[in-house]
Design a binder for this molecule. Structure first.
Ligand SMILES: [Zn+2]
Length: 283
C-alpha cells in the first residue's frame, strides 16, 4: 500500500484510515523539540505500522500523545506506544473504566450488549485482535477540561473540547503553523447506546466551529484530508439537511422533499437517506 502514508504539510505526516478494522488516521506532528502523535491507533499492530514507517523515513519518533476521544479505534493502541498521553477529562474517565476490566470475549460481548460499544465495534475488535484477551487499555496521563496548548518547538497545537453527538468528549486539534484542523470523529453521529442519532443544532454548531478556524486542511479521522473548498462541497448537502430538520423537525416527508429539490435529485443517495434517519432519531 504505497499511499498508506502521506506528508500532509511541512510538520505533519499521516497514516491514512483503513476501513477493514476501522483504523482512523494517525498523525505525527513534528516540532523542533518534540513530535506529537495524534491518536494512538486501534491496536499494537496499527501503532507498529506507523512507528516503523516513521523510522523508515528517518523521522523523530513521537514523545507525546494526544487523543481526540476515547473510542477504542483511537485509543487502544496507547499501551504499545507507552507515551505520556494528553486527553479530555471525559476521555480519561471512559478509559479508566475500560482499563479496569478483565478483557476477554464474554466481556466484549457484554460491552456491546450494554451499549458501551456496539456490535460493529466488537466485530472490528475481534478482527483486529483475534482474541479480545489481547486488548490492553491504559488511561491518559495529563487531563484537561476545555482547551490545552501543546508547544512542540515552533509548532503550536491547540486541543479543544467540542463534544457533539458522536462522543461527549470529542476534541479537535489545530496545528497553527500548518493550518491543519484534525476534527477527529466529532462530525459523526452517536454510535453507541441506541440507534445512530444526529442533533441538527449540534451538527450545525460543530460545522460553524470548524469553519471559524479558517484551516487549509480539514481532517476527519475516517476520511481523507480535505481542502476547505472540498470540505464545504462534501458537507453542503448535510448542512442543508440539518437546516431543514431545524425548520421542519420530525416531518420526514417534507425534509426529504426539500433536500431532493435542493440537490436536484429524484432519489437521495444512500448515505444521505441514512442521514435523514439519524437526524429524525435526534429530533
Ligand atoms: Zn469515534
Amino acid at each position: 500500500m504505497e499511499h498508506r502514508f502521506e506528508r500532509l504539510t511541512p510538520h505533519i505526516v499521516i497514516m491514512h484510515a483503513e476501513h477493514e478494522t476501522d483504523r482512523p488516521i494517525l498523525a505525527a506532528i513534528a516540532g523542533q523539540r518534540r513530535t506529537l502523535l495524534l491518536d494512538a491507533g486501534n491496536s499494537p499492530a496499527h501503532a507498529r505500522l506507523f512507528r516503523e514507517e516513521l523510522q523508515r523515513q528517518g523521522l523523530e519518533l513521537p514523545s507525546l500523545l494526544a487523543l481526540t476521544h476515547w473510542h477504542w479505534d483511537h485509543s487502544f493502541g496507547m499501551a504499545a506506544w507507552n507515551l505520556p498521553a494528553v486527553a479530555h477529562t471525559g476521555t480519561a474517565e471512559a478509559l479508566k473504566r475500560l482499563s479496569a476490566l478483565e478483557w476477554h470475549e464474554a466481556e466484549l460481548a457484554l460491552l456491546a450488549a450494554e451499549g458501551v460499544l456496539n456490535e460493529a465495534s466488537a466485530e472490528h475488535i475481534r478482527l483486529e485482535y483475534g482474541d479480545a484477551a489481547q486488548v490492553k487499555v491504559v488511561p491518559p496521563d495529563v487531563v484537561f477540561d476545555q482547551r490545552t496548548v501543546l508547544e512542540l518547538g515552533g509548532v503550536t497545537c491547540e486541543l479543544t473540547h467540542v463534544g457533539g453527538d458522536h462522543a461527549d468528549d470529542s476534541c479537535m486539534l489545530y496545528v497553527k503553523e500548518d493550518r491543519v484542523l484534525f476534527v477527529g470523529d466529532a462530525l459523526g453521529p452517536s454510535v453507541y447506546g441506541g440507534p445512530r442519532r444526529y442533533s441538527s443544532t449540534g451538527f450545525l454548531r460543530l460545522l460553524e466551529t470548524i469553519y471559524a478556524y479558517g484551516a487549509d486542511w480539514i481532517v476527519e479521522s475516517h476520511g481523507v484530508p480535505l481542502s476547505p473548498d472540498d470540505f464545504r462541497r462534501e458537507l453542503d448537502p448535510w448542512e442543508r439537511l440539518a437546516r431543514l430538520v431545524d425548520v421542519f423537525g420530525k416531518d420526514r416527508t417534507r425534509v426529504v422533499l426539500e433536500l431532493k429539490d435542493y440537490l436536484g435529485l429524484n432519489e437521495l443517495p444512500r448515505d444521505l437517506s441514512q442521514g435523514v434517519e439519524y437526524f429524525m432519531a435526534g429530533v
